[in-house]
Design a binder for this molecule. Sequence first.
Ligand code: TXA
Ligand code: MG
Length: 350
Amino acid sequence: MTEYLTVTSASTEDESILRAAGVIRRGGLVAFPTETVYGLGADALNPRAVARIFAAKGRPTYDPLIVHLAGLEDLPRVAREIPEVVYRLAEAFWPGPLTLLLPRQDIVPENVTAGLPRVAVRIPAHPVACALLKASRTPIAAPSANRFGRTSPTSARHVLADLEGRIDLVLDGGPTDIGVESTVLDVSGGQPVILRPGGISRESLEALLGPVRLLTASPAGDSEPQVSPGLLDKHYAPRAELVLFHWRQSPAGVIEKMAEMAQERAARGELVGLLLADEDCEQFVDGAFQVFRLGSETGLEKIARSLFAGLRALDEAGVDVILARDFGEQGLGLAIRDRLRRAANRQVDV
Ligand code: TXA
Ligand code: MG
């Protein structure tokens, strides 16, 4: 049985928070909202609790977990050899959707880092996550609270759809704000490298650090060594087939091509789902398709926030294929592209 509790006031005195903290302290699993997506948390210093995360998600043990902290003062407990740049990044972006890789302290169990020498850490900005971390008085290891390989959850309902009966408790703090996961950044070498684009944009990192390299995802099965296991795989996948459209000059041509393919597939008797910006919808007026509107293409925050809910909604509508479009690489566009790419069975350049 999975207990479900809504959080009304996110304080360390709140009954739901205290109950959830008790579950964490006893080695149980609690799903909770962060500002990015819902996380599936366990006591990061308890290897048996951490092992339960992998089991509940069906996640391979080579894929390491992010350790969440209540505050910067907890960082030296789990990480060492902390360079000055980490404090500059913390000042600018923590609490918030930035994850940093640092050499791990021995207190961090090996299964958290999948045996790697470094630990991924972040301080989340969501009031429920903060209250839970404080009340639990321990760092919390938490991947996204979905079954392995599926779309990350941005609501408590999504969590239950994937993990009901497999975890102890869900804290419902409403839909999450950012909607894509944190940016994973490696600052250990010369030039900083984004291992996973996310809620903190490349531009805002570059404003502070100078040029930042983006680790480009290579197709699964590639023989290149994986810098961050789990990051390059096909992932975030809806059940339906997903076709992603990229444009070279302008989005207009892309929408035309999407309309064409939509007609073709519908003519074959398939139920077609479309993941579109408000501006795109005029091309698809005849109502034969399942359309999910992500928001205006001029507001990438809204697009990112509704992206995973859109993929799940189209799946729930029972579509055979989802046609989605790229949103460029400015700001959150990069994270949106990364998630859609890794969910895609096929990509089309127009
Ligand atoms: O926004 C987020 O980051 C959410 C919320 C819950 O905090 N968490 C999240 O966790 O997305 P997860 O496990 O779904 O993705 C974290 C990724 C992993 O795929 C892993 O490859 C990478 O971060 N990672 C974690 N620890 C690492 C390590 N020690 N070395 C390299 N990569 C690591
Ligand atoms: Mg995940």
